[in-house]
Design a protein around this ligand. Sequence first.
Ligand SMILES: NC(=O)c1ccc[n+]([C@@H]2O[C@H](COP(=O)([O-])OP(=O)(O)OC[C@H]3O[C@@H](n4cnc5c(N)ncnc54)[C@H](O)[C@@H]3O)[C@@H](O)[C@H]2O)c1
Length: 435
Amino acid sequence: MPVPPAAPSVPVVDRPYRASVVALGKIGLPLAVQIAAAGHTVVGVDIDPRIVELVNAGRVPFPGEAGLEEALREVVAAGRLRATTDAADAVPGTQLVIAVPPLVVDDQGVPDWRAIDAVVEAIGPHLTDGVCFSLETTVPVGTTRERIAPRLEELSGLELGVELNVAFSPERVFSGRIFADLANYPKLVGGVTLACERRTAQLYREFLTADVREMGSAEAAELTKLVETTYREVNIALANEFARYADRAGIDLGPVIEAANSQPFSHVHRPGVAVGGHCIPVYPRFYLQGDPDAQLVAAARVVNETMPEHAIDLLARDIELAGARVLILGAAYRGGVRETAFSGVFPLVTGLRARGAEPFVVDPLYDDDALATLGLPAWDGAPVSGAILQADHAEYRNLLPTQVPGATSVIDGRGTLDAQALGNAGIRVRRIGGG
Ligand SMILES: NC(=O)c1ccc[n+]([C@@H]2O[C@H](COP(=O)([O-])OP(=O)(O)OC[C@H]3O[C@@H](n4cnc5c(N)ncnc54)[C@H](O)[C@@H]3O)[C@@H](O)[C@H]2O)c1
């Protein structure tokens, strides 16, 4: 990886400066607001005119982000944030361009580059001398140097590392508490050259109070995000292996993990019916693209993908599956979010059907039409023989017998169920890893 031998001196930045944030989604919009709230002037870019219109009216396009509504209203009213669909209107003359478009993947985790490429093509011709471009979308190692930087250099006509600075800075926040996370987690910046890194990091320091850490290369910053997420996938897989053993051996794993973790070197995660969402099932596959021989990472995915079947096996201990009506509680990949990417609901439906059962799905965040759109069989409300809790929605924490009429067995796939009411009604409750 070619990097200049000596780190350049700390660059001088204009205060306040002009910035542009491209893709005003759940991550990009709070980031744009954070920069504007620190006193800089921000023009946001999004291809969706509805989002642009709402942002310009000071209204949030999506619910659930703590503090965003008030902060957005304030920065828009102060004239420090506006939005546009046109990169030519936003990018020229800006010192910092941050892009965080989505990177969609297929069911094998293979990226569809269209959104990222479209951003590069749209902004490249409008970058001006001295600009710092930072990609925040999680990507396979090498993407910033090999895919992004050469094309930006070509489109802008600027010399990389001299007139054009390109860096990667992984987005590490959690939707819903982004401002708190931006304040608390170190911001990691890795440049295509050390000069790119220094200059870009300096601009981040102008709107963040958290430590801004220079990683030495774009690849180190890209890898850090993949390491964080792959660690979680492998750790959950380990907990899942322990759970499968505990269920065979008749040992309750819950207190075992709690006790093991009371010693500071042990950080075992919790077992569960499935690892879903846009991040944890996907980013280890990005890691494997760079390191295809990584056996542990590949094995973790395989182990985690067996867990829906394990939940079905636990149910089969109590009821005859052939011909049984089985209710799956939760279509979402986890509680409280309306998102089904890589959700365990899909393998549960397929797995139950393969055993001759008739699965039904219910979720407080999805009506029957929304479930049908996802290809999921909505529950008709008639009695069932058993149920599997797939998403830890708050509505299921104190599950009542009336929510699973007729069931004689319920599998708690998330370890979050208060089993008392069901137990009092004579319903058998089994937790994954519960022994
Ligand atoms: N949401 C999270 O909790 C989370 C967690 C980890 C990582 N991420 C990262 O952030 C990225 C973005 O996630 P998000 O949740 O903000 O997505 P999102 O779906 O909320 O928003 C994406 C936005 O990008 C816009 N967009 C798409 N193509 C564009 C283009 N060519 N030009 C301009 N705008 C375009 C869309 O209109 C939309 O407003 C993810 O791919 C991921 O790498 C998000």
